[in-house]
Design a protein. Structure first.
Length: 367
């Protein structure tokens, strides 16, 4: 009877599924320009939900008030410092670009000076790989960095021209964050009920999604902030130019596991040692190896917990892929997709493996 009923409902169900799929695609296309704002609104709501819950416990039956206070805290603690840091970074980048254009900073000359202090075997190795032509190499390096900084300058200009779009996206993000804080539990319950899985599997899937969002943001972004801060302060205390620029660079590179901040402080250490700045290079190496690189191993388990961590090679590939496809948002989306991939296959494997669980045991007894 159930089969006949299912067959009789097939046309309407096909139409309903087609309607749902079409409406979903159209809605995704409609909100695609604000995908970044929606993503960070969801992340902010998940991260600050415990704070919102405490405020709601202190002011019961005032969900609007608790959500508004939480939103103000997010703005003061996260949004305003991020905007000030971005403004300072743009200013320092423009100053550094002017120094490159004026010839005050000549990367070709710096490379040649570093090469002159290298031992004979290192210079011979550079010559073998085609880096021995000092004059031609210096011209290529200078031209390459000039082209790179021109590209960066054009992007900075486009960012300035798109300031209206940025503030519009920021407004949408804060607006959505308020409603997600206020109505997040009800929305999550509706989404969970809509997933065509058993209740236990739905709970695991939703819990893993929230866990990965918190792990990715708390772990990756906070560690990136700390490593960038420590690295920038180290550069500043050593009197190296562009401390803010290099600190932000280390914070960004720290989002990539295994390679991380070493992409910045290792070459700088080699340059300092090769050019005779022995004490500066030594201090930078010690700080980079024992302090900057250790922040990840010490802080991340405290913030995230070891059970929530994925293997570093999966995080690296997912982060690189997300960054390539989606830019900065990919730093979060990539690991989230990878984690959901792992948990869905885990759910599938557990559901498929439960039924025949006693069969191998019986076969063993028969043998």
């Amino acid at each position: 009877m159930s089969d006949d009923r299912r067959l009789s409902m097939t046309p309407s169900r096909v139409f309903l599924l087609s309607l749902v799929a079409g409406a979903t695609v159209a809605f995704v296309w409609l909100v695609a320009p604000f995908s970044g704002a929606i993503l960070w609104a969801v992340i902010a709501a998940i991260l600050f939900e415990p704070l919102n819950a405490r405020l709601l416990a202190a002011m019961p039956r005032r969900r609007n008030g608790a959500a508004l206070v939480t939103l103000i805290i997010i703005t003061v603690v996260v949004v305003v410092p991020a905007m000030l840091l971005g403004a300072a970074l743009l200013h320092e980048a423009s100053v550094f670009y002017d120094r490159v254009r004026s010839g005050e900073v000549d990367f070709g000359r710096l490379f040649v000076e570093t090469q002159a202090h290298l031992p004979d075997w290192a210079r011979s190795w550079l010559a073998d790989i085609g880096l021995g032509d000092v004059g031609g190499l210096r011209a290529k390096i200078s031209q390459g960095f000039a082209n790179s900084f021109q590209s960066v300058a054009s992007r900075v200009l486009s960012i300035g021209q798109g300031a209206f779009g940025f503030f519009l996206s920021l407004g949408v993000m804060l607006y959505l964050t308020f409603f997600l804080l206020r109505d997040g539990h009800a929305l999550a319950a509706r989404v969970e009920r809509s997933i065509p899985l058993p209740a236990e599997q739905r709970t695991i899937l939703i819990a893993k999604f929230v866990q990965v969002i918190r792990a990715t943001t708390k772990g990756s972004l906070i560690v990136a902030l700390l490593q960038g801060l420590v690295g920038g302060l180290t550069f500043w205390l050593l009197g190296l130019p562009g401390a803010l620029l290099w600190g932000v660079a280390m914070g960004v590179f720290s989002l990539f596991p295994a390679i991380g901040t070493g992409l910045v402080w290792v070459p700088m250490t080699i340059y300092l040692l090769a050019t005779g700045a022995i004490w500066q290079g030594s201090i930078l190496f010690l700080c980079g190896f024992f302090i900057i690189s250790s922040v990840d191993n010490v802080v991340r388990p405290i913030l995230v917990g070891r059970d929530a961590r994925m293997p570093d090679y999966i995080v690296l590939v997912a982060t690189l892929g997300g960054f390539e496809l989606m830019g900065f948002n990919g730093f979060v989306i990539g690991p989230v997709i990878a984690a959901l991939f792992m948990v869905t296959w885990d759910i599938f494997g557990n559901s498929e493996g439960r039924a025949p669980a006693t069969e191998p045991e019986g076969q063993g007894d028969a043998g």
